[in-house]
Write a protein that binds this ligand. Structure first.
Ligand code: HEC
Length: 145
């Protein structure tokens, strides 16, 4: 009985083996292509400089902007995409409230770093400036939290 089962399994492996191998290779190749092409279209569609804009003001200059942007991209995208941040149009007290609600979420950030991010966000993402144009696949991440 044991031998018979063994033979049946062996026969199946021999018959389907090459097909399985071809199917696996085909699927692997398709997966590679789709990842490859989606990353190409990603880099073509979005301009991070435009999305993470910087309107230099008395409060915040280009250098502070780029520091704040780096902090946001490194610390604020662990749980959700950057999308809800740039679509938010808070005034200064709105951003204060957001950081209060998020107080325990990024414990590694210093008070100065938080202050820099608040100033950057309040100067560039507020009720008087339209949110940046985002492609649909990024808008779909709006509520990614
Ligand atoms: C530890 C996880 C975590 C990290 C890190 C995090 N967030 Fe969030 N964020 C959330 C969750 C969960 C929500 C959903 C609403 C809520 O619970 O506050 C959210 C929602 C938001 C929203 C939209 C909703 C709202 O309350 O206005 C914004 C804007 C936002 N986060 C900004 C930030 C910024 C800026 C940082 C970096 C300083 C950050 N988040 C880091 C978890 C996180």
């Amino acid at each position: 009985m044991k031998t018979r089962i063994h033979n049946v399994i062996n026969a199946n492996v021999t018959t389907f083996g090459p097909w399985l191998l071809r199917l696996t290779l085909f699927l692997t190749f398709s997966a590679f292509l789709s990842v490859h092409f989606s990353s190409i279209s990603l880099s073509q569609d979005i301009d991070m400089e435009e999305i993470f804009r910087c309107s230099p003001s008395a409060e915040i200059g280009p250098e502070e902007c780029s520091e704040a942007r780096d902090l946001i991209l490194n610390s604020c995208t662990l749980c959700h995409a950057f999308v809800p941040i740039v679509l938010q149009q808070f005034d200064r007290s709105g951003w204060d409230g957001l950081f209060d609600r998020h107080a325990d979420r990024s414990p590694e950030l210093s008070a100065d770093q938080i202050e820099d991010m608040k100033s950057y966000l309040a100067a560039n993402f507020n009720p008087s400036i339209d949110p940046p144009d985002l492609p649909t696949y990024l808008l779909d991440l709006w509520t990614s939290y």
